[in-house]
Design a protein around this ligand. Structure first.
Ligand code: ZN
Length: 240
């Protein structure tokens, strides 16, 4: 299996283009942007340079076409689908490089998470802001009662409810998200990688703090009743 990863957006960014923004070159190798493909495959470039527009009123009449940004395509050799780029930005598929949500992400967090994925190509900052909202909604599921991310982390650490690794991950997000960063410090303005790291952190938190305990609980519950009775009996015994 080829694990190499090159995003479609970075592929078109680096591809040579004509002065009007149409891609020059036959093929590039990158990771298919369609979530159910994701194959590191050859993509065939294409450009649309003479679009026509049908008049909205009739099937056969055409109206003059207004000015529009360059439209490019990449055809994935693995799945046979076209990704579409307008003005140099990938617009289809709407799914981005961002990973899908962890299976146990609470349902009240999913809409913001999905929106964060959708806006990533156009606005890493907007994406990161939405992810902080996701984390704010996620923390009560871990037992936090405070309003801010900062206070909630402190609360969860004090109560021994989260692992050190998760506390550090949360603090990373909190610091990165601080709007008052000084010039020269980390700035999310055009940093896709940082936004992508926050996606991974959200999923890590869900997997470590929700999925894993659930799995262990299920494993424990699957023990034979005689063993469970034995454990209950042991725990009920007064200490010697
Ligand atoms: Zn594909």
């Amino acid at each position: 299996m080829n694990t190499q990863y090159v995003s479609a957006q970075s592929a078109i960014d680096e591809q040579k283009k004509s002065t009007d923004g149409h891609v020059i070159g036959l093929t590039s190798k990158f990771t298919c942007p369609f979530n159910d493909c994701r194959t590191y495959a050859v993509h065939r470039w294409g450009a649309s340079n003479s679009p026509s527009a049908r008049d909205g009123a009739g099937l056969l009449s055409h109206r003059n076409f207004g000015s529009m940004p360059p439209v490019n395509f990449s055809l994935c050799e693995a799945c046979g689908r076209e990704a579409i780029y307008i003005g140099g930005q990938i617009v289809l598929p709407a799914e981005t490089d961002a990973p899908p949500p962890a299976v146990d992400l609470p349902t009240d967090c999913i809409p913001d998470y999905e929106e964060a994925r959708a806006v990533l190509p156009r606005s890493p900052r907007g994406s990161a802001a939405l992810l902080r909202l996701v984390i704010q909604k996620l923390l009560p599921h871990l037992g936090a009662t405070k309003k801010t991310i900062d206070a909630s982390i402190g609360e969860l650490v004090a109560a021994g409810k989260i692992k050190t690794q998760i506390q550090q991950a949360l603090d990373t997000v909190r610091v990165v998200g601080n709007e008052s960063v000084h010039p020269g410090e980390m700035d999310l303005r055009d940093d896709r990688e940082t936004a992508l790291a926050i996606f991974r952190i959200v999923n890590l938190i869900v997997e470590t703090e929700i999925t894993e305990p659930k799995r262990l609980e299920a494993l424990y519950a699957s023990l034979p009743q005689s063993k469970l009775d034995g454990i209950a009996k042991r725990d009920a015994q007064p200490e010697a």
